[in-house]
Design a protein around this ligand. Structure first.
Ligand code: ASP
Ligand code: MG
Length: 406
């Protein structure tokens, strides 16, 4: 007998027929003698609709009321699944965040889970009752409903799995696992049998949107074994696990890309102590997350060019901030570019192998693709290129690292 957390995303509970199909999957686990807690999203599109209701009334809404509204999508799906299960003769009960309770901090709209109380749920699970829990929500120190940020039900599932000491956390979604790269770009992309937490974290943070980034961080910290699998078939999915569990570690596990990047260059910034702090301080104060940074060698010992990347969504605010500080920063010109893509090659294997970056640079050069900015971490090499070459570059790298399926 095992204890399992199953999480179903929005497309898996998109309508009542799909909810009935989910009930059958849950029943199958119960019938094999397992204790099951289920975490659900709202029906797909539902949370967007609720957010639009809010913003159509007020752009400067009260975040507490935003949470009260956008958390309702999950209330519907958990109730419906509990009924569908009961209809199949399976004992089941729905649980809202405050009923568990799932305690979070007080950052409404983007709360972090702090503690999950499981005494009551443990009793119910032991009795064979299925606990159907609303994802994406909790209760804050102010005793009000909080939500965890978009895509947060993945994090609810992992947190619950950790608190319940579950043997597995299965995330059912509309893809059947984690791929070496986006299968829409190359049919040669392969489904990975296993991927390490760290690699998954890098993949999630650079555009592979299978799991919410925070859920992977939590799984890594709490050592929760996560399986990403399809809610449309019974194929095994991809296991997200500790690095030690992966015996035959590839040099590179995946190629990710993100088109949501923009680039800013400040031309002729004074080359003196404090320049970088003066540029990036105000951006950070405005909550703008800068990613890749390059500073050129100074042309005549007095001025240098500073180039960096940031999310496209923050570009306008960043430009406004920098122009507002022009007197202090004393750059000659500000150039910005939205038509860029960040390409990343990810693999824990590169810790112990040289030449990984070189292979990337050569593969891109062979296709005549210019590299604008480079950044590296222990298990990732990223480059910024012109957006129009995205597909070509992804395919070239996929082949260069031997990831193509036969
Ligand atoms: N329903 C929420 C959202 O759409 C949470 C989730 O689905 O993970 O963001
Ligand atoms: Mg999701």
């Amino acid at each position: 007998m095992a204890r399992i957390v199953q999480k179903f995303g929005g497309t898996s509970v998109a309508n009542t027929d799909r909810i009935k199909a989910v009930a059958l999957r849950v029943k199958a686990e119960v019938d094999s003698g397992n204790q099951v807690a289920v975490v659900l999203s709202a029906m797909s599109g539902e949370t967007n609709k609720l957010v639009e209701y809010v913003t159509s009334i007020s752009k400067l809404y009260d975040a507490r009321e935003y949470d009260a509204i956008v958390a309702t999508g999950e209330q519907v799906t958990i109730g419906l699944l509990a009924i569908a299960l009961q209809d199949l003769g399976v004992s089941a009960r729905s649980w809202l965040g405050w009923q568990v309770p799932i305690h979070t901090d007080g950052v409404h709209g983007k709360a972090r889970i702090e503690r999950v109380e499981t005494d009551e749920m443990n009793v119910r699970l032991e009795l064979g009752e299925v606990c159907v829990v609303a994802g994406f929500q909790g209760i804050g120190p102010d005793n009000r409903i909080t939500t965890l940020g978009r895509g947060g039900s993945d994090t609810s599932a992992v947190a619950l799995a950790a608190a319940l000491n579950a043997d597995r956390c299965d995330i059912y979604t509309d893809v059947d696992g984690v791929y070496t790269t986006d299968p829409r770009i190359t049919p040669k992309a392969r489904k990975l049998e296993k991927i390490s937490y760290e690699e998954m974290l890098e993949m999630a943070s650079v555009g592979a949107k299978v799991l919410q980034t925070r859920s992977v961080e939590l799984a890594m910290k709490q050592k929760v074994r996560v399986q990403v699998r399809s809610s449309y078939n019974d194929e095994p999915g991809t296991l997200v696990v500790d690095e030690d569990e992966i015996v035959e570690q590839e040099l590179v596990s995946g190629i990710a890309y993100s088109r949501d990047e923009a680039k800013i260059t400040l031309v002729a910034v004074p080359d003196q102590p404090g320049s970088a702090a003066a540029i990036f301080g105000p951006l950070a104060d405005n909550g703008i997350n800068v990613d890749m940074i390059v500073q050129n060698i100074s042309q005549d010992n007095h001025a240098t060019d500073m180039t960096f990347t940031l999310p496209i969504a923050d570009l306008d605010r960043a430009v406004a901030t920098l122009e507002g500080n022009r007197d202090v920063l004393q750059y000659r010109e500000l150039r910005s570019d939205k038509d860029v893509t960040k390409l990343s090659v990810i693999g824990v294997g590169m810790r112990s192998h040289a030449g990984v970056a070189q292979r990337m640079f050569t593969a891109l050069a062979d296709k005549g693709i210019n590299i604008q900015v480079i950044s590296t971490s222990e298990i990732k090499v990223s480059v910024l290129i012109a957006e129009e070459y995205t597909e070509l570059a992804v395919r070239a790298l996929h082949t260069a690292y031997g990831l193509d399926s036969d």
